[in-house]
Design a protein around this ligand. Structure first.
Ligand code: G4P
Length: 526
């Protein structure tokens, strides 16, 4: 690939994640998008995977049970001249630090909200991470075929709960059983929900009055009149669309629709892909920036998925390509160790099949078979120049476990496994402040299960774990620390760097502490 071809290839890429609370409709909308991209013949494929009916061949038991598969964690398809990569962010019990880290590997995010429920807790958590990165966020208010909340309320909630401006790109004409269509001011047309003639889905609007052109029965309906009035209100008092703000993640374009009935999804996909950025530059550890069209290959590991086959210890390291071209069998240098690795076995993520990757560029994700070389956050590069990306952030864990080796005679394998899995970023490790008992921290329960499984299967170390439960972790300056501040309700521990932190039982305990010690500064990570 010469430089011009590389530029053209990068320009086509759109890499994003879908964030949502479980049940908002992420799977359904993903499936519709894949259908538009022509990669699945029949809606239901992704869904079947989720419910565990899908025949995933050889993944570790936990993952099989939960129906997670590597092919559903990155999906690639072509749509209208663009090559789209969707990175999955698992919900529920599958939620883990990997979910957050995946958000470090995308250039934009789609936020799916259930229009009957509004913004829910997991959406809020994921949103915070995305917002911090300053990447564009596009919102889909789903389930318009059901009665939901007032559209104006939903838009206002974005600002109130997420502190982001919402700009309606289209507006519902009725909802639930009364749903008639979507009023699209920007494209000056109405999209009908159930058109009498499927070829007449769109009705033109008068650019001056904003009303329907011609003698349309819909004109007289009260839901249409209501939509007109709402749009007028939005024009006068709502946020005005501003592409620069969208690109910086300060404003989110909002689209209404129904993923299940495939209403408004295509309009949404086309519209946000036209605004979502192609891969551009990435920040390096030395503070400089690397362009996506730089001809030297580079990328970073944002997720490690273990373990395909218990007989081998292999796992897959997910690499986000940041520059250059990836080719099968190429040699790369691992920045952390300086070791040169030959990348023979790589997987790209196309539809349902795992296919051997031939060539990939910035924005694409490749899965590298790994026998223990990689850690999360590792940078790899193909040229002579050392390329090291800025460190991935650490996330504040919310769940904690005491952990011990079941067999005290097997301390060695316990410590080795523990050290390697912690280094790899599978879980976070803490110790009680004075007694040095091990405590694991995670953002999701699955991390503990994977840890326990891998300790047994990869390090032959059976561990026992005792839940401490959900806690709020807050770091404290060691100079301000007095061990007497600690109690059952705010357990004192230290992190790997020896920094002290309290694990508060709940918000109440944290507030009580803050009241009692107003001068003590407590901080969270991301
Ligand atoms: P998730 O991945 O975000 O967890 O959500 P998912 O797509 O699985 O959707 C959750 C439920 O909401 C599913 O119903 C799905 O059919 C439904 N749903 C998704 N989009 C829409 C929509 O636009 N309108 C309506 N009315 N429902 C929608 P379920 O009963 O849990 O699953 P299923 O067994 O019916 O598939």
């Amino acid at each position: 690939m010469d430089n011009q071809q590389l530029q053209q290839a990068v320009e086509k890429r759109r890499t994003f994640a879908i964030i949502s609370h479980p049940d908002a409709g992420k799977t359904t909308i993903t499936e519709q998008m894949l259908l538009f991209g022509g990669v699945i013949r029949q809606a239901g494929t992704v869904k079947a995977k989720k419910s565990g009916n899908f025949a995933t061949s050889d993944w570790m038991e936990i993952e099989k049970k939960r129906g997670i598969s590597v092919t559903s964690s990155v999906m690639q398809f072509d749509f209208e001249g663009k090559r789209v990569n969707i990175l999955d962010t698992p919900g529920h019990e599958d939620f883990s630090e990997d979910t957050y880290r995946t958000l470090m590997a995308v250039d934009a995010a789609v936020m799916v909200i259930d229009s009957a429920k509004g913004i829910e807790p997991q959406t809020k958590k994921l949103f915070k991470v995305v917002k911090k990165r300053g990447i564009p966020i596009f919102t889909f208010m789903n389930k318009l075929d059901r009665d939901g909340r007032e559209p104006l309320d939903l838009i206002a909630e974005l600002e109130e709960l997420l502190d982001i401006e919402g700009v309606a790109m289209n507006w519902p004409i009725g909802m639930g059983k009364g749903l008639q269509g979507l009023y699209n001011r920007r494209q000056q047309r109405v999209e009908l929900y159930r058109p009498a003639d499927p070829d007449q889905r769109f009705l033109p609007l008068d650019p001056d009055s904003g009303d329907l052109i011609g003698d349309q029965p819909l004109k007289e309906e009260s839901v249409f009149q209501q939509a007109l009035a709402d749009v007028e209100l939005l024009d006068e008092a709502g946020n005005q669309f501003d592409l620069a703000k969208v690109q910086q993640g300060q404003q989110t374009p909002v689209y209404f629709g129904s993923a299940l009935t495939n209403f408004g999804v295509e309009t949404f996909l086309k519209s946000f892909l036209s605004m979502a950025p192609a891969p551009s530059e990435h920040l390096l550890q030395d503070g400089s920036e690397l362009s996506a069209t730089d001809e030297d290959f580079s990328g970073f590991v944002f997720k490690i998925q273990a373990n395909m086959n218990p007989a081998h210890r292999d796992r897959i390291a997910f690499v986000r390509i940041c520059s250059g071209e990836f080719t099968k069998g190429m040699n790369v240098t691992l920045a952390r160790t300086g070791k040169v690795l030959r990348l023979n076995n790589a997987t790209e993520f196309m539809s349902d099949e795992r296919e051997q990757v031939s060539s990939a560029v910035a924005g694409d994700i490749v899965g590298l078979y790994d026998t223990g070389n990689f850690q999360i956050g590792d940078s790899i590069f193909g040229g002579k120049r050392t390329i090291e990306f800025e460190k991935l952030p650490q996330f504040t864990p919310e769940l904690f476990m005491e952990v011990r080796a079941k067999n005290v005679m097997k301390q060695k394998s316990f410590h080795k496994g523990m050290q390697q899995l912690v280094q790899e970023g599978a879980v976070q490790l803490y110790k009680t402040y004075t007694t040095d008992e091990y405590i694991l921290g995670a953002v999701g329960q699955l991390q503990f299960e994977v840890f326990q499984y891998r300790m047994l299967h990869e390090y032959n170390s059976e561990v026992t774990m005792k839940p401490i439960g959900s806690r709020i972790a807050r770091w404290i300056d060691s100079e301000q620390l007095d061990q007497k501040m600690s109690s059952n309700r705010n357990l004192l521990v230290k992190d790997l760097a020896g920094q002290p932190l309290f694990l508060f039982e709940n918000r109440f305990a944290e507030n009580w502490f803050r009241d009692k010690y107003p001068d003590v500064k407590l901080t969270a990570k991301l």
